[in-house]
Design a protein around this ligand. Structure first.
Ligand SMILES: C[S@@+](CC[C@H](N)C(=O)[O-])C[C@H]1O[C@@H](n2cnc3c(N)ncnc32)[C@H](O)[C@@H]1O
Length: 159
């Protein structure tokens, strides 16, 4: 099993499309917890995801409860990426089947989602900086998690 990325009620189609493209390129599943702030098939989502969307493995969950039912059946940990995290992403010990959850651009995630998480991690920022763009935060955390778990695709170009 590989890592997976999950988006909690994403607001901005371009960010979700960018992350869908990253998941497709890295061979990871993407989980979208609805409702999203844009319609499925949104032009911005398709523009950002480009033709990579054809090979993206995207699961949509009608609610956080439905997502949690899926996760419980899988027995996988939920790692919440949050500006309120106590542990730096580089200090967290990822497992190869962790589900990494990113919050909404506008509001992060509600308290119940914080409570459900098995770990809460933060990319350290300079004082007074509030947050990163969600797609950039996702890329940085995926990079660290894939590095730790040796999860990057093995096929190097030219090899
Ligand atoms: C624009 S931020 C949301 C800011 C929101 N006001 C909050 O308090 O969570 C959108 C999402 O990007 C991720 N994110 C942004 N900066 C982050 C950081 N420094 N560490 C971890 N996650 C971050 C989180 O998942 C966050 O919910």
């Amino acid at each position: 099993m590989t890592l997976a990325l999950a988006l909690y009620q994403p607001d901005i189609a371009q960010n979700a499309g960018t992350l869908a493209r990253a998941c497709a390129c890295l061979g990871l599943g993407l989980h979208i917890i609805e409702p999203a702030g844009f319609p499925v098939g949104d032009a911005g989502f398709r523009r950002a995801g480009m033709d990579y969307l054809d090979r993206a493995v995207i699961a949509r969950h009608a609610s956080f409860a439905a997502f949690e039912a899926w996760r419980a059946a899988q027995g996988r940990r939920l790692v919440l990426c949050t500006t309120h995290g106590a542990v730096a992403h580089t200090d967290f010990a990822f497992q190869g089947d962790d589900v990494l959850l990113l919050g909404r651009e506008s509001a992060g995630v509600p308290e119940a989602v914080h409570a459900a998480a098995n770990g809460r991690i933060r990319i350290p920022l300079v004082a007074d900086a509030r947050s990163l763009n969600v797609a950039l935060a996702g890329a940085m955390i995926l990079g660290e998690a894939l590095r730790q778990t040796h999860g990057f695709p093995r096929q190097l170009r030219g090899s």
